[in-house]
Design a protein around this ligand. Structure first.
Ligand SMILES: Nc1ncnc2c1ncn2[C@@H]1O[C@H](COP(=O)(O)OP(=O)(O)OP(=O)(O)O)[C@@H](O)[C@H]1O
Ligand SMILES: [Mg+2]
Length: 248
């Protein structure tokens, strides 16, 4: 079983939205998925209540020690993917989730404030020796700002090319309507652009989980995505580089 964790201390970045979207996209791709909710806010439980008995099921977990036990039990029960949603801020449950992660996804809007706010979470992930990737979420669908941000972020540090998931997830109402309907965005409007992005994001995540070592595979995926998934400029503007260098 593989475990992915959505984590950033910054509230409202899209942890729960991406947890739901990826869990359903992964299930549609053939994974046996269970969602673990460590956030007492209960966004995923609310989603499950709207969803009824359709998988993937959501299990609330309240204690750090219970998290490891549940992960072990799910693995023994044949689950192939656990998706863990965490709360904003930093607490013992989030630290425990990070410890159990095969890959942490750090959602951030493509703006300085969100990236800076995610740094304490990234430090915890790095100190645990874990693998992570930023998911740039709620990117504007007009203009190049999201794509420039991703390119500049990746070029601000040579290692960051390995930690920008592709594609960006664009700001679209489908994500909000899917939550209200108790659906994954790929179920809500399966032919829509949001669904397409979410399926591509799951494929990117799956590739990271499948490869032996993050760096080489992530770089390959990044290089490929520049030509296939996004209209990212080959070279970001020097202004954009300065902008992102400053906050990283
Ligand atoms: N790509 C997107 N397009 C449109 N709306 C989005 C997108 N991503 C998230 N949202 C909306 O932004 C809000 C915050 O998202 P979400 O609840 O997933 O964030 P979160 O990081 O889980 O927040 P919290 O820290 O409070 O748990 C929600 O209303 C959600 O529907
Ligand atoms: Mg949430």
């Amino acid at each position: 079983m593989r475990t992915i964790v959505l984590a950033t201390q910054k509230g409202g970045s899209g942890k729960s939205t991406l947890a739901m979207g990826l869990a359903v996209a992964a299930q549609q791709a053939g994974e046996s998925v269970r969602v673990l909710e460590t956030d007492p806010q209960g966004t995923l439980s609310y989603w499950q209540s709207r969803r009824g008995l359709a998988e993937p099921f959501v299990e609330p977990v309240h204690q750090p020690l219970d998290l490891g036990r549940r992960i072990d039990a799910l693995a023994r029960g044949g689950v192939t993917l656990a998706v863990i949603d965490t709360s904003s801020g930093i607490n013992a449950l989030t630290r425990a989730a990070i410890e159990h992660a095969d890959l942490c996804l750090v959602p951030a809007r493509p703006c300085v404030a969100d990236i800076v706010a995610s740094q304490p979470t990234v430090k915890i992930i790095r100190s645990s020796g874990g693998r992570f990737a930023f998911v740039l979420n709620q990117a504007p669908h007009r203009g190049q700002r999201g794509a420039e941000a991703a390119s500049a972020l990746a070029q601000a540090d040579r290692d960051l090319a390995d930690v920008v998931a592709r594609p960006l997830i664009t700001l679209r109402i489908d994500h909000q309507d899917a939550l209200a309907a108790g659906l994954g965005v790929t179920e809500f409007h399966s032919a829509g652009k949001s669904a397409h992005e979410m399926r591509l994001l799951w494929q990117w995540v799956e590739a990271q989980l499948s490869e032996d070592g993050c760096g080489r595979s992530a770089r390959a995926a990044f290089a490929e995505s520049r030509t296939t998934n996004l209209s990212a400029p080959a070279t970001p503007s020097s202004e954009a580089n300065l902008f992102w260098d400053a906050c990283l």
